[in-house]
Design a protein around this ligand. Structure first.
Ligand SMILES: C[S@@+](CC[C@H](N)C(=O)[O-])C[C@H]1O[C@@H](n2cnc3c(N)ncnc32)[C@H](O)[C@@H]1O
Length: 254
């Protein structure tokens, strides 16, 4: 899978690609990431990539022409490879979620465009962008952090990238655990700051531990994301024991 990144700050990606467990995915080219410096595709002595907005107003707008030239160069470099969509990171885009990350992690990749300033000329979006993706209801200074978020989430789903093969299946939102939020985790010492580890986790009784974890997931999800409980219920993923727990005082404790 290949992700080309169109950015004014390609240097931001080097430390990101070299850190943590996901490094294996990038170094092994399971997730092949290629940053492109948009300024290399600008014309003139000043290599301008932005200009003032027509109609006035604050800030600058990224020009369509350097973006189109960069896109052309990426397509020429990837000729013969699978066609991939052009994705623009933008607050007006569709919110990134686990289902979308799973789709990306099984795809051929994409060409990711990172905006800066007030955004990019709408004519480039109309002509070349296949979809817009948002990280959430807030405004970043640029799309690079959004690109890194997508790449990181995709890389950790690749086989062999995490130290424990099944660990992402136990994460929040994973369909393997019915899309619920994750349960609390504890490690040594058994007693810290006057708090003890829940005794179920020390019981050595596998079924008891799994039931405790399931109930914790149900409890935290019911309190913080009732929409996810409704989705699991609608998909028929809640057992009678789950429903009985959710209806009990313990299920409503948080
Ligand atoms: C300062 S922002 C532009 C914000 C734009 N004027 C608006 O209000 O929607 C510059 C760039 O950061 C990126 N960006 C900002 N917020 C984002 C978000 N929530 N998700 C994804 N990308 C974002 C986009 O690429 C955007 O073009």
């Amino acid at each position: 899978m290949r992700f080309d990144i169109v950015t004014l700050f390609p240097e931001l990606f080097a430390p990101f690609l070299a850190a943590g467990v996901t490094r294996r995915a990038y170094e092994g080219r399971l997730v092949d990431v290629r940053p492109w410096n948009l300024r290399d595709f600008a014309e003139g002595n000043y290599r301008r990539v932005d200009d003032r907005p027509f109609g006035g107003g604050p800030g600058m707008v990224m020009m369509a022409q350097p973006l189109a030239r960069c896109l052309e160069a990426i397509r020429a470099d990837a000729s013969g490879e699978a066609q991939r969509p052009v994705v623009l990171f933008s607050p007006v885009g569709e919110r990134l979620d686990h289902a979308a990350v799973e789709r990306w992690s099984a795809s051929a990749g994409a060409i990711l465009v990172c905006g800066r300033y007030e955004g990019i000329d709408q004519r480039f979006i109309d002509k070349h962008v296949d979809m817009q993706v948002s990280l959430g209801d807030f405004v970043l200074s640029g799309g690079e952090i959004a690109a890194m978020a997508l790449l990181d989430a995709v890389a950790r789903l690749q086989p062999g990238v995490l130290n424990d093969a099944g660990s992402h299946a136990a994460d929040s939102f994973n369909p393997a655990l019915d899309g619920l939020l994750d349960c609390p985790h504890y490690t040594r010492p058994e007693e810290w700051g006057g708090s003890a580890v829940p005794p179920q986790l020390l019981s050595g009784h596998h079924a008891q531990i799994e039931r405790w974890r399931r109930e914790q997931r149900l409890q935290v999800t019911a309190a913080r994301r009732p929409d996810l409980i409704e989705a699991a219920r609608a998909a028929g993923r809640l057992t009678k024991a789950d429903e009985a727990f959710l209806a009990s005082p313990a299920g409503k404790r948080l």
